[in-house]
Design a binder for this molecule. Sequence first.
Ligand SMILES: NC(=O)c1ccc[n+]([C@@H]2O[C@H](COP(=O)([O-])OP(=O)(O)OC[C@H]3O[C@@H](n4cnc5c(N)ncnc54)[C@H](OP(=O)(O)O)[C@@H]3O)[C@@H](O)[C@H]2O)c1
Ligand SMILES: *[C@@H]1O[C@H](CO)[C@@H](O)[C@H](O)[C@H]1NC(C)=O
Length: 335
Amino acid sequence: MQPTLELSIYTLLRMAFIWQLISLAIYLVGTLTIAAFLYDNFKSLISIIKALLEPYFQPQLPQTLLDKFGKWAVITGATDGIGKEYAKELARQGFNLVLISRTKEKLIAVTNEIESEHKVKTKWIAVDFAKGREAYEQIEKELAGIEVGILVNNVGRMYDYPDTLDMVPEDLVWEILIINVGAATMLTRKIAPQMKARRKGAIVNIGSGSELQPMPNMAVYAATKKYITHFTQALERELAEHNVTVQLIMPLFVLTKMNEYSSSVMRGGILIPTASSFAKSAVFTLGKTSTTTGFWTHGLQYFFMKLAPLRLRTLIAHELGRRLRIEALEQKKLT
Ligand SMILES: NC(=O)c1ccc[n+]([C@@H]2O[C@H](COP(=O)([O-])OP(=O)(O)OC[C@H]3O[C@@H](n4cnc5c(N)ncnc54)[C@H](OP(=O)(O)O)[C@@H]3O)[C@@H](O)[C@H]2O)c1
Ligand SMILES: *[C@@H]1O[C@H](CO)[C@@H](O)[C@H](O)[C@H]1NC(C)=O
């Protein structure tokens, strides 16, 4: 009888030991996961707080965006929405502006408006980014001799309303690929070298919170924004050693003409800021943090969204896409 008893005690001890190992592993993985999650979500907030305290400890460092980055800001898609409000906010902070957009009349109106409110120089370039290569040749010519301090890659195109890929006009799909992926990439490539040479400057890329998961019914748009995320974050590392700042902004819904297909989005609210409050807040984060939604309620929303697993987020995104599509189609019928 003795040996069996001993055997079972050993078995029990062994099981207890294995159980201990398993719980230790769970504990370690849990702690690391929580630490990584908190780090990812709060590093931006911490860098902003650090940047706000810096002037008290190192008053000799340049404080204004103008001192940090230079005199001229170039903004694409600057005649409406977020881009226009970026332009106004940067002008308020003393930047001379080059506005790049498609419609000449709107460019003239916006530059006039800005010059009447702020004592800055402005210049505009009318190009259609959907034309691809030839747009950049024109921009390069017109930018010759301008020391670009800040480049805001803002121009972006969404479908007219959410829908499945086969329902989006083929030309529009091409435009979205060429504009959303091409413009930020090629302008960064053209302008980064002069910033590198001066060891000074900032590139701001406007991505989108839609990059957080695949977005059925906005498939192409959201995928181009995922491209912007990875492109921007890779460039941030490439340019850091040259003292050039690269920032990724990932807004959620903002009140602009891009969302006009949905009257429920256009109603606004605390989660859907105006382009003007959004841009003021986003410009405030420039030079303080490298990746941000740009607006505090978007940051909170993003935080809670990230708690859900990717698969669940994709299902929710699909449901949102479906509802927005139905709303847009009904709105179209009425008009
Ligand atoms: N609004 C949102 O909810 C939201 C959310 C997340 C991310 N974003 C991103 O934020 C950026 C700005 O969006 P927004 O809502 O402010 O857009 P918007 O109100 O539609 O304004 C777009 C701007 O880009 C210009 N543009 C459009 N197509 C162009 C082309 N082919 N060539 C040259 N210029 C062109 C427009 O010029 P015209 O006036 O001549 O059309 C306009 O100035 C985009 O990258 C967008 O993806 C927006
Ligand atoms: C980096 O840029 C800042 C201004 O943005 C400047 O004050 C600093 O001297 C630069 N550092 C180097 C090493 O060039």
